[in-house]
Design a protein around this ligand. Structure first.
Ligand code: PAF
Length: 282
């Protein structure tokens, strides 16, 4: 497995790979890898001739009072995991490599998707995500890039960015990987105390309840979110930030639930902020 730390080395290698006629799959990550990331890796390995995993905790997507400094980092362990999984290349730049002094050009999503939900609570977050992902696409030149459905809003924004900026990369969204009790795998789960970890699956249970209500014929999103509110309200240690039944494409709240809806929840479990969602079709 090759490990590149500079954009120049990575870029030379990917250009050569493409010239040799081989396809590249990219799995962008911020490290602290878990089974969710490894399922993306598996999909890439199964459909690309060469798989690149990027590991970069991107400062540009964290707000001032967010967890950039304490975000879990374990590069050695991540590298060992990726080696065992059969990954070809790890791209693990330092922040100054991605944002050298004088860096001043950002990709700014505009038009609505970035304004709601995570975008409202984390101003500037999607500007940071879009910028780093555009840079990773330019550096690694992938045919395919793999992202997890857990970050539903990020997936939609990246798809739109790739389309708007004419990146010739196919964006593939893979299902959320869950713990046996339903909690979505996330690097931030490592912040949870034992008690918080026990309480956290209430988020998934609330999504399941929403699914059940909608499948049984509930058309009123307010009735669904009221039940989610009650359920999360009853769960000790959980503090709901938002619960929405939205259009899966625009993420705007729907007035009446149709054949497809996306239920999204953000909640704090102690001081840890967790998000999850479920696509409900009937
Ligand atoms: O989902 C993530 O881990 C990050 O937002 C991403 C896509 C790697 C960009 O930093």
């Amino acid at each position: 497995m090759r490990i590149f730390k500079t954009a120049q080395e990575m870029s030379v290698f990917s250009r050569k790979t493409r010239r040799d006629g081989k396809s590249i799959g990219l799995v962008p990550t911020m490290g602290c890898l878990h089974e969710g990331h490894l399922s993306l890796v598996k999909s890439s390995l199964g459909s690309s001739e060469l798989t690149v995993v990027s590991i970069f905790v991107n400062p540009a997507q964290f707000g001032k009072n967010e967890d950039f400094d304490k975000y879990p980092r374990n590069l050695e362990k991540d590298i060992a995991l990726l080696k065992d999984s059969g990954v070809d290349v790890v791209f693990a730049p330092e922040a100054v490599e991605m944002y050298p002094e004088g860096f001043l050009t950002f990709v700014e999503p505009q038009g609505g998707l970035e304004e709601v939900l995570e975008g409202e609570i984390r101003p500037g977050h999607f500007r940071g995500v879009a910028t780093v992902v555009a840079k990773l696409f330019n550096i690694t030149d992938p045919d395919k890039a793999f992202f997890g459905q857990k970050d539903a809003q990020q997936c939609l924004i990246i798809k739109k960015m790739a389309q708007d900026l004419n990146f010739s990369v196919e964006i593939l969204i893979m299902p959320t990987v869950r713990e046996t009790d339903g909690l979505a795998k996330s690097s931030r789960n490592s912040y949870l105390s034992a008690k918080e970890r026990k309480a956290a699956p209430a988020i998934f249970k609330a999504l399941q309840m929403a699914q059940h209500m909608i499948e049984l014929g509930e058309n009123n999103p307010a009735a669904v979110t009221a039940e989610i509110r009650k359920m999360i309200g009853r769960a000790k240690l959980l503090d709901l930030e938002y619960a929405v039944v939205a259009d899966p494409e625009t993420l705007r709240p729907v007035e009446s639930i149709g054949s497809r809806a996306l239920a999204l929840i953000a909640a704090r479990v102690g001081t840890t902020r967790l998000i999850d969602n479920m696509l409900i079709e009937r």
